[in-house]
Design a protein around this ligand. Structure first.
Ligand code: PHE
Length: 342
């Protein structure tokens, strides 16, 4: 009996099998339990021999069961550790990493360069009202530039008794908002999204501008010119960068100038600093006295310059990307090619 059960215990390969052996031997109806019950029917002499023998057998089997149980759980643990083994010296598997969109990268660069020149950063809402997007900037309701801007108007809830809001057509409203809130003197840039219903190789309905505004008591057009040239030198990393200041008109600046940069489009490739083409990158001028007045600044004391530069345009130029529309196609292959690691 002893050998039979000790053998079975040793042969048990998992806890369930072990438990079956225990029940067969020591369970309520187990073979040994039944024999214990037989002790009552024996003569005292017989019982004196069989009793201690059975008790010893029972104790031995219990020991053997406990021992085997421990061995089984040790092996289970060893197997688990072996299965979960990790080689920490292996090189990591390549994971797909996101990249910075060229526009984000360039916006950061622009902010950093102007920070060196002493310009802080301001922001304004993308959904603007008529006053900030137009009137405060000296663009009255019947002014032709309201039509020229291809404005997106927000639809009004039924019965609304107010002029509709617009998606801002430029970052210039931030000029007035910032001066109202912080007064003069000031030196800020305001990067952000702007919207116009327009679509071709160099125009998308949503694009990015960075507004610049410098207001103080002794600012002239010469400061504007130096600031823009200095910015372009650093940004494009070209020492003798060629800018073309073209006389222009904006209702909110007087005088006004548009600025182009020399480039070539040869063979579908856009290259900066060479060739006979010019790409317009910004509008600028001396802030109109009426705009200062609208922002609560006294134009007899203060004057200054402003500019609005196309971030997408300067990104195309810097990285030789000929079609603006690719910026917003969300083509992962394009984004991986032109993207920057964070
Ligand atoms: N807001 C003008 C535009 O979007 C650019 C501009 C800004 C011109 C500031 C002059 C001064 O075209």
């Amino acid at each position: 009996l002893r050998n039979k059960y000790l053998g079975q215990i040793e042969a048990a390969t998992d806890e369930a099998a072990l438990e079956n052996v225990r029940i067969a031997a020591l369970g309520k109806k187990g073979e040994i339990s039944l024999q214990m019950r037989e002790l009552g029917k024996m003569s005292p002499e017989e019982r004196q021999v069989a009793g201690p023998a059975l008790n010893a057998l029972k104790a031995d089997l219990n020991d053997a069961l406990a021992g085997q149980k421990q061995r089984l759980s040790d092996t289970a643990l060893e197997n688990r550790l072996a299965g979960e083994w990790a080689d920490v010296s292996l090189s990591p598997r390549p994971a797909h990493q996101g990249t910075l969109h060229p526009i984000s990268k360039v916006t950061e660069e622009v902010m950093a360069i102007f920070a060196e020149l002493g310009f802080g950063v301001a922001e304004g809402p993308q959904i603007e009202n008529d006053w900030y997007n137009f009137d405060s900037l000296n663009i009255p309701p019947e002014h032709p530039s309201r039509q020229e801007m291809d404005t997106f108007y927000m639809s009004l809830p039924e019965g609304a008794n107010r002029p509709p809001h617009v998606l801002r057509t430029h970052t210039s409203p931030v000029q007035v908002r910032h001066l109202e809130a912080h007064g003069a003197p000031c030196r800020i840039i305001a990067p952000g999204r702007v919207y116009r219903a327009d679509y071709d190789q160099t125009h998308t309905p949503m694009f990015h501008q960075v507004e610049g505004l410098a207001i103080d008591t002794d600012i002239s057009m010469a400061n504007l010119k130096w600031t823009l040239e200095e910015f372009c030198r650093v940004f494009f990393e070209i020492d003798d960068i060629e800018l073309r200041f073209r006389a222009s008109h904006f209702p909110f600046t007087e005088p006004s100038a548009e600025v182009d940069i020399r480039c070539s489009w040869e063979g579908g490739q856009l290259k900066i600093g060479e060739g006979d083409d010019w790409l317009e990158i910004l509008g600028s001028g001396m802030v109109h006295p009426q705009v200062l007045t609208n922002a609560g600044i006294d134009p007899k004391v203060y004057q200054g310059f402003a500019f609005g530069m196309g971030i997408d345009r300067i990104t195309m130029l810097k990285y030789g990307i000929p079609d603006l529309r690719a910026f917003f196609d969300s083509d992962l292959r394009w984004l991986r090619h032109y993207g920057f690691s964070a």
